[in-house]
Write a protein that binds this ligand. Structure first.
Ligand SMILES: Nc1ncnc2c1ncn2[C@@H]1O[C@H](COP(=O)(O)OP(=O)(O)OP(=O)(O)O)[C@@H](O)[C@H]1O
Length: 194
């Protein structure tokens, strides 16, 4: 497979409801795809399928390389100072402290290194989750509403991080209610599949 992520003829059932079927998509290095659609359309479900956290009722999901995920649940230990919480994941992802340093700078989080995760604001928590994604070194980014709660400056940093990741050969699958102003972005309207 030349792509980083490929879904072929995928169906998703949640509870007793068929959310979508026969859905296919492929992300090659440098690609980004925006999943759009109203509440309940299945955007988060598709992201979780791509991450391997949900089982497809039909079809296949293939990944080449590691993926990093942002969703509504924070993976960072709420009790720890931010930097220690991020260093834990750096060890899991087998990346060094410099990768965390660079990602902290990219999301302007370095001044908050010693603040416990539980005390971060909503937007700061999203930025912290993005630091983890950037530092992970994963080639496939799965971002579920990554900009929710971010102010304009943080959204600008998110856009820059996405652009840099694509330039470096990564791919991005993004679910968002609103357009984020990303250049050269493919779209999949999940509302149209319902
Ligand atoms: N664990 C679950 N069990 C049963 N149904 C679920 C479960 N999780 C989600 N659903 C249902 O699946 C549908 C799609 O949910 P999903 O979260 O994927 O949509 P979404 O497009 O991301 O919505 P939003 O824009 O509100 O985040 C909804 O109708 C939801 O109620």
């Amino acid at each position: 497979m030349s792509e980083l992520l490929r879904l072929d003829g995928v169906a998703c059932i949640r509870g007793d409801r068929l959310l979508f079927e026969n859905l296919s998509l492929a992300l090659a290095p440098g690609d980004a795809l925006w999943l759009r659609g109203p509440n309940g359309a299945g955007k988060s479900s598709l992201i979780r399928l791509a991450a391997g956290l949900l089982h497809a009722a039909a079809g296949t999901v293939e990944r080449r390389g590691r993926c990093a995920l942002i969703d509504e649940a924070s993976a960072l230990d709420a009790e720890l100072p931010l930097r220690r919480a991020l260093d834990f994941w750096a060890r899991v992802d087998t990346v060094d402290g410099h990768a965390v340093d660079r990602a902290m700078t990219a999301m302007a989080m370095a001044p908050l290194s010693e603040v416990p995760v539980a005390m971060l604001s909503t937007g700061q928590r999203k930025r912290a989750a993005m630091v983890r994604v950037i530092a992970s070194g994963a080639s496939i980014w799965l971002l579920d509403e990554p900009a929710n709660g971010m102010d304009d400056a943080a959204q600008g940093r998110l856009m820059a991080a996405i652009a840099a990741h694509r330039t470096n050969g990564g791919a991005v699958l993004l679910a968002s209610h609103f357009a984020l102003g990303i250049a050269d972005l493919a779209e999949l309207d999940m509302g149209a599949l319902a």
